[in-house]
Design a protein around this ligand. Structure first.
Ligand code: ASP
Length: 280
């Protein structure tokens, strides 16, 4: 793991988007804080990431289960309220007549948490994987939390969720070249005989020795800007097959390098990003 880079500055604009650096992703471990408030802990980072309000943000509520229209409506309303003070209008893909077109036209994409298998199955069913990947790779900002962060990875193999539905594949958006384990914890209750989170991740790495897994603790997020990834918040733990797991803290200033060649690859889908959707 590369070391010795400067830690992120302690400025309130730390998460701010830098023009020209694409892709731009904000990947949160969790939405609800320990005190029960919704998305408040990351509000400052979300606002800095989105920049000045200009046009609408597209929300994808497909991780909600059972996936009925009601569940999507209620979820959208909760997130819309949380986004109110960013000044962006939040619209949901489930309200759109043409979901693919809605993704292409979006100023920013927001994918919420819930069940990761359900989320991925619905993305496949709606034919949205390629268009989301193409749009984010050509500059559409992406915010995800929990399942919405896991689905940004090459696969959803490091989710904590039960496979309550079978998507056609575990292959996901591949917007970053590492895996995320959301809500990461080392806590192991005395007497509990199930595998720890670290043991489950080690099993994954046995079969995928080239992979890197970021265990993202509650209250942490990753800001991907171009080929760099910066950590913000309580911290994470880095798992690789060839080395011992190591804590990753904001103070340590470690950056995770991504494969910039793949990240900057142009997609086949045409995104209608106008100057309104650009951030300067
Ligand atoms: N179910 C989680 C969420 O979206 C995802 C996970 O734990 O992997 O909150």
């Amino acid at each position: 793991m590369p070391k010795g880079r400067r830690p992120p500055r302690a400025s309130p604009r730390r998460g701010a988007r830098v023009p020209g650096e694409i892709p731009q992703l904000l990947l949160l471990s969790n939405s609800r804080a320990a005190d029960g408030t919704y998305l408040t802990w990351a509000r400052g980072e979300i606002k800095a990431f989105l920049g000045a309000p200009r046009s609408s943000v597209l929300f994808i509520p497909y991780a909600a289960v059972p996936g009925t229209r009601d569940a999507f409506d209620a979820y959208t309303q909760r997130v819309r309220t949380a986004f109110d003070d960013t000044g962006y209008d939040l619209v949901s893909v489930h309200e759109a007549a043409d979901p693919v077109q809605a993704v292409r036209a979006a100023a920013a994409l927001v994918i919420g948490g819930g069940n990761t298998f359900h989320l991925l199955a619905r993305l496949y069913a709606a034919g949205l994987l390629e268009v989301i990947t193409a749009c984010v790779r050509s500059g559409t900002p992406y915010i995800g939390w929990s399942a919405g962060s896991v689905v940004a990875c090459p696969t959803i193999s490091t989710t904590n969720d039960m496979p309550i539905i079978a998507p056609p594949s575990l292959r996901a958006l591949g917007l970053v070249q590492f895996q995320i384990n959301a809500h990461y914890t080392d806590v192991h209750p005395p007497g509990h005989q199930g595998e720890t989170r670290a043991e489950r991740i080690a099993e994954f790495l046995r079969l995928q020795p080239a992979a890197t897994v970021v265990g993202l603790r509650e209250g942490s997020l990753l800001h991907v800007a171009g080929s760099e990834v910066r950590l913000w918040g309580t911290g994470g733990r880095i798992f690789r097959a060839a080395e011992p797991a190591a804590d990753w803290t904001q103070r340590a200033g470690v950056r995770l390098q991504t494969a910039s060649g793949q990240l900057s690859e142009a997609g086949a889908h045409n995104c209608e990003r106008s100057s309104k959707a650009r951030f300067s």
